[in-house]
Write a protein that binds this ligand. Sequence first.
Ligand SMILES: Cc1cc2ncn([C@H]3O[C@H](COP(=O)(O)O)[C@@H](O)[C@H]3O)c2cc1C
Ligand SMILES: O=C(O)c1cccnc1
Length: 351
Amino acid sequence: MKKLQETIKSITPLSKNHMDLAKERLDLLIKPLDSLGKLETIAIQLSGIYENNYYDTSNKLILGFGADHGVYEENVSPCKQVVTQQQFANFVGGGNGVSTLCNFTNSHVWAIDVGINCDEEITGVFNEKIRKSTDNMRIGPAMAYDEAIKSLEIGIKYATLAKEKGYKVIGIGEMGICNTTPSTAIMSVFFDLLPENITGMGCGLDNEGILRKMNVIKDSIKINKPDKNDPIDILAKVGGFEIGAMAGAILGAASLRMPVVLDGFISYAAFIIAYGLNNLCKDYAIPSHMSAEPASKLVLDKLSLSPLLNLDMKLGEGSGAALAFNIIEAANFTYKNMLTFDESNMENTHP
Ligand SMILES: Cc1cc2ncn([C@H]3O[C@H](COP(=O)(O)O)[C@@H](O)[C@H]3O)c2cc1C
Ligand SMILES: O=C(O)c1cccnc1
């Protein structure tokens, strides 16, 4: 299994040659130039990723990572911690948002426990528990530096397993009550954004709760002083195990030349960690949707990521990534199956 540094070093740029060829084909199809918008961008990106102009995107998988957070003690989520464990069972048992949307898009979910606060194993879930929940980041680091590396390497491991099992497209998802708090902290540190301006309701805090959460984020950053130039330090001090594993899955996918579909707010934080470790991973990322958390637009703009969908979704789990699988397949299908001007005996009037 590739270790973190090896993975980071092995990410290479997309194949320009294959991207140029894909663009050439798109420009011959019976349509005005660029008129399929992001469907064209995706087809070109996939050509560059797979180093091939024809590829199969039918095997799609959500890697869902679950963990709990010590900062739960600070009353930063309206929901009980036990929901992490209970809802994680539904990732594989069916019936929750991500598994239902995966059913709809004919894709699969793997659920990987990297730190849920329970002793019992959850049926159908891969057990990679680092430990039962991070520490309270308002008091000290959420985790040790080597635990942060471990979380990243678990993500790499599951991206690698996905590739070995024949999956062609990976989406990332999560479950972890409180995880919008470390996600917001990561964004605040990486982009020098004030918690006052970016803290949101998560899964349903009222205004008083949002103020409390904002102060907890401020205190956590003040106490831990994460080094904004060291993404692993940020992850260790104000992150979470599932966020690290999602970041690892992004790096792993990129190193294996697989597209990785981002989900919502928590996935943006994971992306920031991965991007900080090697910004080439962005070439492999497909942002699925704009989360309704208020900082989303600001953060995605700073990363120059333009999501496919804006449906006011704020569920997480990988639900938006699962939904976007259909669009990615549609992009591939259209690119492959539309006729060219020649094939349809039409005059190509492009300038
Ligand atoms: C029943 C339920 C299902 C969920 N599925 C995802 N989340 C989402 O909400 C949590 C983050 O929000 P916060 O930081 O405010 O706790 C994460 O578990 C995220 O995946 C859920 C939350 C709940 C309550
Ligand atoms: O956008 C998300 O992914 C999100 C927002 C709030 C709570 N959980 C997830």
